[in-house]
Design a protein. Structure first.
Length: 141
C-alpha cells in the first residue's frame, strides 16, 4: 500500500496536535504553514484545540469540510488525494499509553490497515488496524 505524500511534522508542544495536523495537510498544496500560525488561528490553548475550531481556517482561505464521516467517505477523500484530519480518542489503542482527545492525519488505507501521520510520534506512518481506527474515531468529542 502507498499513502499520500504528507510531510511528517511533530507537534511543537503537548496539546498542539491539531495545529501540527493542519500544517501537515496545508503543506500538501501550499507553501509550509508554520505550526505557530495554525495554533494562533485555531485558538489553541494550554490543553489543546477544540476540534470544531478547524472551521476558522475558512477565513484564511482554506476549504474545510468538518463533519462526522464514514469509512467510505475517508476512502473517497483519499482517492481524490485529500489527506484527512481525524479527531479521535487514544485510549486503549495499540500504540498509545493513555486516553486523550487527539488529532492525526490519515494518509492511506488498505483492507486491514490505516496509515496515520501522528504528530506526537517520531515515526510515520503509524499503521493501525482499521477496526481500531474506526473505534477510536467513533469515540470523539
Amino acid at each position: 500500500m502507498s499513502w499520500l505524500d504528507v510531510p511528517r511534522l511533530q507537534q511543537a508542544q503537548p496539546g498542539w496536535c491539531r495545529p501540527a495536523c493542519v500544517a501537515m495537510v496545508a503543506a500538501c498544496w501550499r507553501p509550509p504553514l508554520p505550526k505557530a500560525d495554525a495554533a494562533r488561528w485555531l485558538g489553541t490553548g494550554a490543553i489543546g484545540t477544540v476540534a470544531g475550531r478547524v472551521t476558522r481556517l475558512e477565513g484564511r482561505g482554506f476549504q474545510v469540510t468538518y463533519r462526522v464521516g464514514s469509512a467510505g467517505g475517508l476512502t473517497t477523500w483519499l482517492a481524490q488525494s485529500v489527506p484527512c484530519i481525524l479527531f479521535w480518542r487514544t485510549g486503549e489503542r495499540p500504540y498509545w499509553p493513555l486516553g486523550t482527545p487527539h488529532a492525526v492525519v490519515l494518509a492511506g488505507t488498505d483492507a486491514d490497515q490505516a496509515y496515520l501521520f501522528d504528530p506526537a510520534w517520531d515515526t510515520a506512518p503509524v499503521m493501525v488496524p482499521m477496526g481500531d481506527l474506526l473505534l477510536a474515531w467513533s469515540d470523539t468529542e
